[in-house]
Design a protein around this ligand. Structure first.
Ligand SMILES: NC(=O)c1ccc[n+]([C@@H]2O[C@H](COP(=O)([O-])OP(=O)(O)OC[C@H]3O[C@@H](n4cnc5c(N)ncnc54)[C@H](OP(=O)(O)O)[C@@H]3O)[C@@H](O)[C@H]2O)c1
Length: 288
């Protein structure tokens, strides 16, 4: 009897192991369109990455730190079964844009969307920061956006229709004394996007510009929003995944200016019609 039971047990075990393993992972389809997100490893960039992954875009994520890039790749690939390439670059360096475009061309990337997200700001800049830091901000916020757009344009044209999404800020709608350079760089990104949209219209590449209010990507932003804007700021603020979802939805609808959230949109409407002298004075009063 014991031998009989042992045989049954052994054969059942063999049967179990002889079954093919369920196919839980399928190979991602590399023929799907790609979106390149400069600054896509965390924050708003990661929110945009996730919203695009949900819509079956393969992704190229760029940032300076390998660990956060690898974490983002692993999470997006396992959650959405897409292909994610990560490239480590400091976008403020002059040679980065050319090298990234060369890599994409050499690998025949089916590029449909470019998202220029990486940017730098703080609570104080001009007259508080050294010249090197100010130059770094201008290079990252303006020059990298301009350079990546130009170097990747041939690939976007080849795969047209396509999209360019530049990330500015609500701060770009008004001169902000304490964040003088930040608001100036973001206003440059807004103007650049408006003009580029017209230039690329006939090439079937839609240009959008995201101008968000506060997005809670790090604790300092929560703290300064609470301190400087109080209840109003906290109501206007948004989490990065929500900002990413709204941004992608509106980019694909070819909207020009994207301000996620009703309150932020109302506030930005007011800032856009106020005389510059008045908005600068108002910001100076509330401390940036
Ligand atoms: N958060 C807000 O409240 C807010 C509001 C309005 C506008 N914005 C704008 O939205 C954009 C994203 O802001 P965020 O708060 O999401 O920032 P974040 O959380 O700090 O994420 C920035 C992303 O860009 C990458 N990055 C930063 N500097 C880089 C460089 N020199 N070269 C390559 N990659 C770089 C970061 O990765 P590494 O650090 O690894 O490089 C990361 O992937 C910025 O342009 C910002 O001005 C933000």
């Amino acid at each position: 009897m014991k031998t009989f039971l042992l045989i049954i047990l052994l054969s059942a075990t063999f049967h179990l192991y002889a079954q093919p393993m369920p196919d839980t992972e399928t190979t991602p389809d590399t023929s799907l369109p790609y979106a390149l997100i400069a600054g896509g490893s965390k924050g708003i960039g990661y929110g945009i990455a996730e919203a695009l992954a949900k819509r079956h875009y393969n992704l190229i994520l760029i940032a300076r730190h390998r660990d956060t890039l690898d974490y983002a790749k692993h999470k997006l690939e396992s959650d959405y079964n897409i292909h994610v390439v990560v490239l480590v670059y400091d976008l403020a360096k002059e040679e980065s844009a050319t090298e990234i475009a060369q890599w994409c061309t050499a690998h025949h990337i089916h590029l449909k969307m470019l998202c220029n997200v990486a940017g730098l700001g703080g609570s104080n800049d001009y007259l508080s920061l050294p010249l090197d830091s100010l130059r770094y901000m201008v290079r990252l916020n303006v020059e990298s956006c301009m350079a990546l757009t130009l170097t990747l344009l041939p690939l976007l044209e080849k795969n047209a229709p396509g999209y360019i999404l530049n990330v500015a800020s609500m701060a770009g709608f008004a001169p902000i004394p304490e964040k003088n350079m930040y608001s100036a760089t973001k206003s440059a990104v807004i103007f650049f996007s408006y003009a580029l949209r017209q230039q690329l219209r006939k090439k079937h590449i839609s240009v959008s510009c995201l101008c968000p209010g506060p997005v809670f990507t790090k604790p300092e932003i929560v703290k300064t929003t609470k301190e400087k804007l109080g209840w109003f700021g906290m109501k206007m603020a948004m989490m990065p995944h929500k900002a990413g979802e709204i941004t992608v939805r509106k980019t694909l609808k070819k909207r020009m200016i994207i301000v996620p959230g009703t309150l932020a949109r109302t506030m930005s409407g007011v800032l856009r019609i106020l005389p510059r002298r008045a908005s600068a004075a108002l910001y100076y009063k509330v401390g940036g």
